[in-house]
Design a protein around this ligand. Structure first.
Ligand SMILES: C[C@@](CO)(OP(=O)(O)O)[C@H](O)COP(=O)(O)OP(=O)(O)OC[C@H]1O[C@@H](n2ccc(N)nc2=O)[C@H](O)[C@@H]1O
Ligand SMILES: Nc1ncnc2c1ncn2[C@@H]1O[C@H](COP(=O)(O)OP(=O)(O)O)[C@@H](O)[C@H]1O
Length: 311
């Protein structure tokens, strides 16, 4: 008797870039980056159920996203199907908490969760390294969604090195109605920096970010937050200046645009301080939603296997 799952539920987190350094564009259109990711407690849940072919339904945020082969979750399932040669299919039910096109890698979390869910459902049995290789084919941020916690990303952001982090950090997120396009923000960055192909120094992280994470002290971390894409995001969406100013007035330790934006992440001392910062930011009416999250949290993980027993 072999226990075969008929359904698998996987959860993967969104992220904040605590530090993001960007170099000049490469011939393939990507930019070399050096970043420190932190996975935070906004989650994408994927339930993969045995079915014919690959199909997708979306709940929560992003209900108007396409459910065809352009969706990152579908692309992940198709890639695993093709790589493993399986004849099995899956229906994917995706529940999204992470804002769409918010600079928090929700689509990447969907792809990572789907890879893991389908791997379990189909018994493909790939190692974490093999999954990470497929992940990087799907997008620069996808490998981190598998790893979670706190990690350094280099190359296109897809080469992941976990880093030590002490304690829990409390963040207030200001979520905007309308997302920003990642390629557009990188293009704006190139214009602002007057960067051409392979022009300028390779991006480097300051070791002080890693030391701050290790200290567990949010005040120390607040002094090391930084994002090279912030100016470009502000250029494209000047209202984000009001969000950063509101976070400052609310007494946040520091605030920055996450990744390519437009979500702004404000760091608080502890939970009570985060509640107070969130209250002031809500009253300032600078965002569609103000959310409280914590980090670091784990990467993609199986929450449940549903089994049918077959002889
Ligand atoms: C900026 C960051 C920071 O973590 O995150 P988000 O703000 O998107 O969440 C990432 O680098 C985004 O990663 P991700 O969103 O997975 O990018 P991809 O889908 O692979 O690439 C989309 C496009 O963004 C640009 N891109 C992305 C990554 C990178 N290192 N250099 C780039 O220039 C390229 O124009 C690429 O065609
Ligand atoms: N499952 C998905 N969830 C979100 N966006 C997706 C998904 N599949 C494809 N996309 C496309 O990717 C774009 C950016 O995705 P997302 O990961 O939400 O933002 P960001 O890159 O800013 O972190 C979306 O605007 C959408 O066009």
């Amino acid at each position: 008797m072999t226990a075969t799952p008929i359904a698998v539920q996987v959860r993967a987190p969104g992220k904040i870039n605590l530090a993001l350094r960007v170099g000049a564009p490469r011939p393939d259109g990507y930019h070399p980056i050096a970043t420190v990711f932190q996975a935070v407690s906004l989650y994408e849940d994927v339930v993969a159920t045995r079915a014919d072919g690959i199909s997708l339904e979306i709940h929560g945020r992003g209900e108007d996203l396409p459910v065809d082969a352009t969706n990152l979750a579908v692309r992940a399932a198709v890639l695993l199907c093709e790589t493993s040669g399986t004849r099995a299919g899956a229906h994917l039910s995706l529940t999204k908490q992470v804002p769409v096109a918010g600079g928090m890698a929700g689509g990447s979390a969907d792809a990572a969760a789907t890879l893991l869910a389908c791997d379990q459902l189909w018994g493909t049995g790939l190692s974490r390294d093999e999954l990470a290789e497929l992940a990087s084919e799907l997008g620069a941020d996808v490998p981190f969604a598998l790893t979670g916690m706190s990690a350094m990303g280099t190359g296109r952001g897809d080469l992941i090195t976990p880093v030590m982090s002490r304690g829990t950090y409390h963040w207030v997120l200001a979520v905007q109605d309308e997302g920003l396009s990642t390629p557009e923000v990188f293009r704006e960055y190139d214009q602002l920096q007057h960067l051409d192909l392979d022009d300028g120094p390779a991006p480097r992280l300051d070791d002080a970010v890693l030391a701050a994470l290790l200290s567990g002290d949010p005040i120390q971390l607040s002094r090391q937050l930084g994002n090279d894409l912030q100016e470009a995001a502000l250029e494209l969406r000047p209202e984000l200046g009001d969000v950063l100013a509101a976070a400052d007035r609310a007494g946040a330790l520091a605030a920055l645009v996450s990744g390519s934006g437009p979500t702004v992440a404000a760091l608080a001392l502890d939970h009570a301080h985060a509640v107070s910062v969130a209250g002031v930011m809500r009253a300032a009416e600078v965002a569609k939603e103000i959310l409280l999250v914590t980090g670091p949290v784990p990467g993609a993980r199986v929450l449940e296997h549903v089994h049918s027993r077959r002889p």
